[in-house]
Design a protein around this ligand. Structure first.
Ligand SMILES: Nc1nc2c(c(=O)[nH]1)N[C@H]1C(S)=C(S)[C@@H](COP(=O)(O)O)O[C@H]1N2
Ligand SMILES: [Mo]
Length: 512
């Protein structure tokens, strides 16, 4: 019985190695071609697409930016479990095992074919896995069986030991090859994402440099300008699209007088402008982290649309990214004079790949899912009753202005701080209306006005702080913002679905 267990383990390990070798070498192949066509990533993408909206919303909320690694990790674990079982099957029925591994790879192939931007060459990584997986399974299973054959054991013990050694060496070598291929794939993708040599277009009338923010004087308050590397990221991609700016273009079509197509250089050579805009995700909870503020460089969206000639029927801009993902934006938001733009730069740098290189939309006042299309390649003027977009197909609101909100950054919720003079501080936003006032409430008392940080316009957040003589004990701190039209942040609690969270953040801290 014991021997049987040990052998079962060995065969399960063979299955795992076959699965892992296939997946990792395929991943490396995909890294050289189209990263998202890696079979493991394609299956994860299919899982995302099949996930119902409430579950997705829960995942973004509870897992934040860990949602993708957790998803991919789960897909890998399930695959490895299947591969282990197949390894055990192959011990007695070798060709059935090989067929099952091939079946597993073909399932992943189906996920690759379903990718929205699928081209036939995207199947190359799958083919690599289709050859490697069954081959490794057959060869290792045979080697294991040979090692146990009585002929070796009795007649030529030294030969048996040699076979065992070569089996172990084979195992080790394959494990190393897999680790190297998977790591190599990741490094290649990272290398391909470097954008060091591209220059940002010159801006005709540069904005004055932003003043120093409150973070310089009050530790713990979010930076006035979110650094690109700290900027939140929300999208459906498991592999950041790697777009070649030289073959990329932006087309404006649909209900327009003339269809226009701009190359990357066309956009760079046009008059570029700068705007300070705070971007927020509809999935952000009150007090959450899915918000960032940056200075964007790019071309006014209105100029491009007017050049194309806006038709009479259109009421939405359906934007499409390089992989076919869509976002719909109310046309009015592009034409009502707000600083909507096709952005090429972020905080003085070329748009990072994660944030949409070569170009993305930024529409002040709208949540990202209705106005901030990254890797955008097409703007189609159409009607809401004719075409729908990715998130609205998943029941999120069609139009979604950002609700005004405020957040306490310091002290941290549930933290322990020492008694005495300290500050309560954070950020508040009321996009496209502007922050007029931030109030803080301590232990349910009266709302006290906080001091505001520098002002970068109505589309940009404000930092705020209130000095506080903290006395020992447990305290409740709340914050609310009022915009320049006099609208006060609502205390009515709403979940992010379907059109953004509302309510007042209230935290508890312990002072000792
Ligand atoms: N192509 C593409 N653009 C996209 C998304 C996406 O999934 N795909 N997500 C949107 C959402 S929901 C948000 S909140 C913003 C986030 O932009 P950021 O990742 O640069 O912060 O991008 C928007 N643009
Ligand atoms: Mo979002």
């Amino acid at each position: 019985m014991r021997r049987l267990d040990r052998h079962t383990f060995a065969h399960a390990a063979v299955g795992v190695l076959a699965g892992v070798t296939g997946m990792s070498v395929a991943h490396l192949t995909a890294a050289l071609l189209t990263p998202a066509s890696s079979p493991a990533l394609a299956v994860s993408t299919a899982v995302i697409d099949a996930t119902p909206t409430p579950v997705k919303e829960w995942a973004v909320r509870e897992l934040g930016s860990a949602d993708k690694p957790i998803l991919i990790g789960s897909v890998l674990l399930v695959t490895i479990a299947f591969a282990a079982a197949i390894g055990v099957v192959a011990r007695r029925r070798l060709w059935l095992g090989a067929g099952l591994i091939a079946g597993l790879v073909l399932l992943a192939g189906a996920a690759v074919v379903r990718l929205p931007f699928f081209r036939v060459t995207d199947l190359v990584p799958t083919l690599v896995a289709l050859v490697l997986g069954p081959a490794v399974l057959v060869l290792l299973t045979r080697a294991l069986t040979a090692e146990r054959t009585p002929a070796h054991r009795q007649d030529a013990p030294s030969e048996g030991a040699a076979t065992r050694r070569s089996v172990l060496i084979g195992f080790g070598a394959l494990a190393l090859v897999s680790a190297a291929a998977a790591t190599g794939g990741q490094l290649i993708v990272r290398g391909r994402t470097a954008l060091a040599d591209i220059m940002l277009p010159r801006v005709r009338d540069p904005l004055p440099a932003l003043p120093a923010g409150l973070e310089e004087t009050h530790q713990g308050i979010s930076r006035f300008v979110t650094r690109n590397r700290d900027f939140y990221r929300v999208d459906t991609k498991l592999a950041v699209p790697i777009v070649d700016q030289n073959s990329w273009s932006l087309t404006i079509d649909g209900d327009v007088e003339r269809e226009l197509t701009f190359s990357y250089d066309d956009l760079r050579q046009r008059e570029n402008v700068e705007h300070d805009i705070t971007l927020t995700c509809v999935s952000n909870e009150v007090g959450g982290k899915l918000v960032g503020a940056a200075r964007w460089t790019g071309v006014p969206l209105q100029d491009l649309l007017e050049e194309a000639g806006v038709g009479k029927d259109a009421d939405q801009i359906l934007s499409t990214d390089v992989e076919g993902f869509t976002i719909s934006t109310p046309l009015e938001a592009a034409l009502d004079g707000r600083n909507a733009m096709v952005a090429l730069g972020m905080n003085g740098e070329v748009l990072p790949r994660k944030h949409g290189f070569p170009a993305r939309l930024v529409v002040p006042g709208l949540y990202g899912y209705v106005g901030a299309t990254k890797w955008v390649t097409r703007l189609t003027l159409t009607r809401y009753d004719k075409a729908t977009a990715y998130w609205t197909d998943r029941d999120w609101a069609i139009d979604a202005p950002i609700k005004l909100s405020s957040r306490i950054d310091t002290p941290r919720p549930l933290s322990n701080i020492s008694a005495g003079r300290t500050v309560i501080g954070g950020v508040a936003w009321a996009q496209h209306h502007g922050v007029a006032k931030v109030d803080v409430r301590i232990d349910g008392g009266r709302w006290q006005p906080a001091e505001l940080g520098p002002d970068a316009g109505i589309d940009y957040w404000r930092q705020w702080f209130l000095p506080w003589d903290a006395e020992p004990g447990s305290h409740q701190l709340a914050v609310r913002v009022t915009d320049r039209d006099g609208t006060v942040q609502s205390d009515e609690r709403a979940t992010p679905f379907p059109d953004g969270s509302s309510g007042i953040q209230e935290i508890v801290v312990t002072v000792a």
